[in-house]
Ligand binder design. Structure first.
Ligand SMILES: Cc1cc2nc3c(=O)[nH]c(=O)nc-3n(C[C@H](O)[C@H](O)[C@H](O)COP(=O)(O)OP(=O)(O)OC[C@H]3O[C@@H](n4cnc5c(N)ncnc54)[C@H](O)[C@@H]3O)c2cc1C
Length: 450
């Protein structure tokens, strides 16, 4: 038995963590480390950083204040720490993004030069990436057959057993960049609070999930996306509380998360490039310098459901899934701006910002993916608003200018007799005209492709 590190990354938890199981059974002395990577910090907005802090502090507390938190290039920091403490192995959970794979391969090379091994013990998805595939070994390209195969494996899910690790600590090894020092941790983040949230959701909300999940005013979804993104909770922990038949719909949403991670695993460029290359020829408008893009970002498009969603994003670092689809469709099909501009902005602002779910969520809406999501499906923001927020409760929660507008005008305030006095913008584009324009662009792209 010898010294080892557990290098935490997107697995900021004590429970259901196979990296900890390996450390507890194979090492006499274990150090836990998290490296604040300037590359990752640069792309994260304030709310996501605050969530990260809450998750790190909770982990640290559970480790008796013994988490080594470093700042810098992870390959150098982890290798140095191994030298300082004489560790022979580093245990990690894998990740699927191109950057994380590059980082891990550099770190593995640096460690191997010093005869230290990097051991992959876990993964952030319900099942290990590449473990679900077609009979001929090739990956599924579309969701429905993937879901079928995924669901059949649910009974095989085995959470990691609880282990007790005696953590060691190197007092000189803690450094925080000033950018983080100035931030307060997010109030409800971290493993222990998120596990409580999971229990409350399963006991009180899950039974109405299927019927109410599409209504953004109803608080009918789990809001566990940030916990899943940071690995504060592993999806195995959630799946093992569910019933395959009774909770089919919720399971299928967790499956989307795995499917998108699997897609990224096989198509590393898909975080910014069209999965369907034919769409590279689609005419788009530039985001830079566009007043429409700025109006979209700040929630001033004049379409209430779009503006409520974009203001929820700014205020909470979160948007309800139905509304994510509506605002994304508006950017791509009404404003004709490339989906990756929207994805970049989402990624910056969302606490749950996740390369795989975000980029592929955008590709799904834009219709540029491999799945059966036709480009012609164009969300009408007014009818979507009326259908999924019938009394305007969600809109009024975020769009203050519309508080006094009677229900029947909430989604079409320009028809309200006192519209001029509201201080709310007139729609920046005419949806009916832009719908026709989106279809014209599609036809032109198809003609060019022939
Ligand atoms: C344009 C767009 C961008 C998105 N960007 C992200 C992102 O950056 N990070 C992210 O976690 N999700 C993203 N999603 C998916 C989804 O909107 C969120 O996961 C969901 O709204 C989170 O709320 P919840 O935890 O209450 O979800 P619930 O409905 O309670 O679902 C449970 C969990 O299943 C997963 N999930 C649910 N729906 C999806 C989905 N459509 N795709 C992938 N996973 C799903 C999430 O991990 C979620 O926490 C995006 C969707 C769209 C349309």
């Amino acid at each position: 038995m010898s010294a080892a590190l557990v290098w935490f990354r997107r697995d900021l938890r004590m429970a259901d963590n196979y990296a900890l199981v390996r450390a507890a059974t194979e090492s006499s002395t274990t150090y836990g480390v998290f490296v604040l990577d300037p590359v990752v910090l640069k792309s994260a907005g304030e709310l996501r950083l605050r969530y990260l802090l809450s998750a790190l502090f909770d982990l640290d507390e559970q480790m008796g204040g013994r988490l080594n938190i470093l700042y810098g290039d992870p390959s150098k920091e982890v290798t140095n720490l191994c030298e300082v403490v004489g560790a022979e192995r580093v245990y990690i959970s894998s990740d699927v993004s191109r950057y994380s794979k590059w980082r891990d391969s550099r770190t593995r090379d640096a460690l191997n030069e010093r005869s230290v091994s990097l051991e992959v013990c876990d993964y952030p998805t319900t099942f290990e990436p590449r473990s679900i595939h077609k009979g001929d070994g090739t990956p599924y390209q579309v969701f429905t057959p993937y879901l079928r195969a995924w669901t059949a494996k649910v009974p095989e899910v085995r959470s990691a057993p609880k282990v007790s690790v005696k953590w060691e600590y190197v007092p000189s090894q803690r450094s925080f960049p000033s950018k983080l020092n100035a931030l307060a941790p997010y109030e409800t983040g971290g493993e222990r609070k998120e596990l409580e949230k999971l229990d409350t959701f399963v006991q009180s909300t899950l039974s109405r999930y299927e019927s109410e999940r599409d209504f953004p005013a109803k608080f009918a979804t789990s809001k566990l996306s940030a916990a899943l993104h940071f690995g504060v909770i592993h999806p195995r922990t959630i799946v093992s509380k569910l019933d395959v038949q009774a909770h089919k719909r919720f399971l299928s949403e967790l499956c989307w998360r795995d499917f998108f991670a699997e897609t990224l695993e096989h198509h590393p460029d898909s975080s910014w490039k069209n999965l369907n290359g034919a769409f590279d020829a689609l005419e788009v408008l530039p985001a830079s310098g566009s007043a429409n893009f700025e109006a979209w970002k700040s929630g001033m498009t004049g379409y209430p459901i779009v503006d409520a969603g974009m203001r929820q994003l700014l205020r909470e670092g979160y948007i309800h899934n139905r509304v994510r689809m509506i605002v994304a469709s508006f950017l791509v099909k009404d404003l004709h701006i490339h989906w990756n501009e929207g994805a970049k902005y989402f990624f910056e602002c969302l606490i749950d910002g996740d390369v795989a779910s975000n980029s592929h969520g955008w590709q799904w809406v834009a219709g540029t993916g491999r799945d059966a999501a036709p480009y012609y499906r164009i969300f009408n923001p007014t009818t979507q608003g009326k259908r999924f927020d019938p009394n305007g409760e969600y809109v009024k929660r975020y769009v203050e200018e519309l508080q006094s507008v009677p229900e029947e005008f909430v989604h079409e305030p320009w028809l309200y007799v006192d519209f001029e006095g509201l201080g709310y913008p007139f729609p920046i584009v005419d949806h009916q005209l832009e719908r026709i324009e989106a279809l014209r662009r599609l036809e032109s792209m198809k003609r060019d492709a022939l």
